[in-house]
Write a protein that binds this ligand. Structure first.
Ligand SMILES: *Cc1c(COP(=O)(O)O)cnc(C)c1O
Length: 376
C-alpha cells in the first residue's frame, strides 16, 4: 500500500469495489527491470493490465509491448508507442488480425506450429518470427504449461519452414509460468534454446533473439526473491548455455510490472456461519471471482489481505464473493485468518492486485459491474 493510494482512498471514499493503481510504482518497476537485466529489452505484457495511462507511462519510459490481439495493438499505438516496439506474441491469431497488425507496421510475431507459420507468411510477408517452446513451469503459482509452445525438434522444423516461406526466423521464446518463485527456472529452457540456436546454425539459419517471457513475481503472502536475483540467475544461465555468444534478449513482464502498483478496496457484505457450532465464519466480500479475482481459482494466487482491525485476535474464515454462483468462493481449502472483531461494512484491502484483475473481470455477471479502476 503506497501513501498515494492511502490518501486517494481516504479523500475519495469510492463506493463499491475498486482497483487503485499508483503509476509511480509502475515507473519504479520498469526501472528495476532495466537495472536487473541491463542488456534486455522490456516488452510489457499488455494483458496484465491494459489501462491507457499505464501504457502511456511505459511508452514514455521506452518500453516495448507484448500484445495478444489486434485490440491490444491498437491500444498500445494509441498510447504513443511505435509499431517497431510491438510484438504480436499470441501463438493463436486470426489471420485477418495478423494482416491488420502488419498493415499497422508490426513486424514481429510468435508462432509454435506450421499452420500458424503459414498464416503469418500469407498475412505478414517477410516478418520476423520467434518460435515458442514448451516449458514445464515447475515453481510457478499460475502455470501456463501445455497450451503454448512445441518441443525443441519441432521448433527447429517450424523455424526452417518459416525461412522457406520467406519469413525471418528470429528467435525462440518460452514462459516459465506466472508468479514463478524460483529464479533458476529459466535455466532448462535456456539450455533448450541454445540447442535450437546451434542446430539451426549448422543448417545456415542464424537466430538472433531469446524471448525470456514473463513470470517475475509480485509479493504475496510469502516473500519472493528480489528482482536482482532473477537478473543474476538468468544472466548466469545465458553464460552457461551460450558462452560468450549471448543473443539479444527480451523479457515480457506483466505481473511483475503492475501487480504491486494496485490495491483493491472491497467491503464485507455479510458474515455468517453454517451451523451454531461452526468455528469457521463465512465472510462474503463485494468482490469475487467474476469481479476480478479469478486468479484465486484452485487458490493458486493467495493475495495479502488487510483490514483496519488487524491488531485484534484472528480466527479462520472462508472468503467468498457476492454472486449467486457456488464457484465464487475465494479461499476455503486453506482458510484465511481474519480478525474476530470483523464486521459487516468493514473495508478489506486486497494487496498487489494490479495485474490480472480488472482485465479479467466479467462485463456484468449477476448484475455486478466490471471492476472500476482509478489510476493515480
Ligand atoms: C501473460 C504473458 C506474459 C506475462 O506473464 P507474467 O507472468 O504476468 O509476467 C508474458 N508473455 C506472454 C507470451 C504471455 O502470454
Amino acid at each position: 500500500m503506497t501513501d498515494r493510494i492511502r490518501e486517494f482512498l481516504a479523500r475519495n471514499r469510492p463506493e463499491g469495489p475498486c482497483l487503485v493503481l499508483d503509476l509511480d510504482v509502475v515507473r519504479a518497476n520498469y526501472q528495476a527491470f532495466a537495472k536487473a537485466l541491463p542488456d534486455t529489452r522490456v516488452f510489457y505484457a499488455v494483458k496484465a493490465n491494459p489501462e491507457p495511462e499505464i501504457l502511456k507511462v511505459l511508452a514514455e519510459l521506452g518500453s516495448c509491448f507484448d500484445c495478444a490481439s489486434r485490440t491490444e495493438i491498437e491500444l498500445v499505438l494509441a498510447a504513443g508507442a511505435t509499431p517497431d516496439r510491438i510484438s504480436f506474441g499470441n501463438t493463436i491469431k486470426r489471420e485477418s488480425d495478423i494482416a491488420r497488425a502488419y498493415e499497422l507496421g508490426v513486424r514481429l510475431f510468435a508462432i509454435d506450429c506450421e499452420a500458424e507459420v503459414e498464416k503469418v507468411a500469407r498475412a505478414a510477408p517477410g516478418a520476423r518470427v520467434f518460435c515458442r517452446i514448451l516449458c514445464d513451469c515447475e515453481g510457478a503459482d499460475w502455470p501456463l504449461s501445455r497450451k503454448f509452445g512445441c518441443d525443441a525438434q519441432m521448433a527447429v522444423s517450424v523455424l526452417e519452414q518459416a525461412q522457406r516461406l520467406g519469413l525471418v526466423p528470429h528467435g525462440v521464446s518460452f514462459h516459465v509460468g506466472s508468479q514463478q518463485n524460483n529464479p533458476d527456472a529459466w535455466n532448462g529452457a535456456l539450455a533448450t534454446s541454445a540447442w535450437i540456436f546451434r542446430t539451426l546454425g549448422e543448417r545456415g539459419i542464424h537466430l538472433k533473439m531469446v524471448n525470456l517471457g514473463g513470470g517475475f513475481p509480485a509479493h504475496r503472502l510469502q516473500k519472493v526473491p528480489e528482482r536482482s536475483a532473477y537478473g543474476l540467475a538468468i544472466f548466469q544461465a545465458l553464460r552457461r548455455h551460450f558462452g560468450n555468444r549471448i543473443p539479444e534478449t527480451i523479457i515480457e513482464p506483466g505481473r511483475g510490472m503492475v501487480a504491486d502498483a494496485g490495491i483493491i478496496k472491497s467491503e464485507v457484505l455479510l458474515i455468517s456461519r453454517k451451523s451454531a457450532e461452526d468455528e469457521v465464519r463465512w465472510v462474503y466480500l463485494d468482490i469475487g471471482k467474476f469481479g476480478g479475482l479469478i486468479e484465486t481459482m484452485d487458490e493458486a494466487i493467495r493475495y495479502r489481505i488487510t483490514t483496519e482491525r488487524d491488531s485484534d485476535a484472528t480466527a479462520p474464515v472462508v472468503l467468498a464473493g457476492p454472486t449467486c454462483d457456488s464457484v465464487d468462493v475465494l479461499y476455503e481449502r486453506n482458510p484465511y485468518l481474519l480478525p474476530v472483531s470483523l464486521e459487516i461494512g468493514d473495508e478489506v484491502l486486497i494487496e498487489a492486485t494490479g495485474a490480472y484483475t480488472a482485465s479479467y473481470s466479467s462485463v456484468g455477471f449477476n448484475g455486478f459491474p466490471p471492476l472500476r479502476s482509478f489510476v493515480i
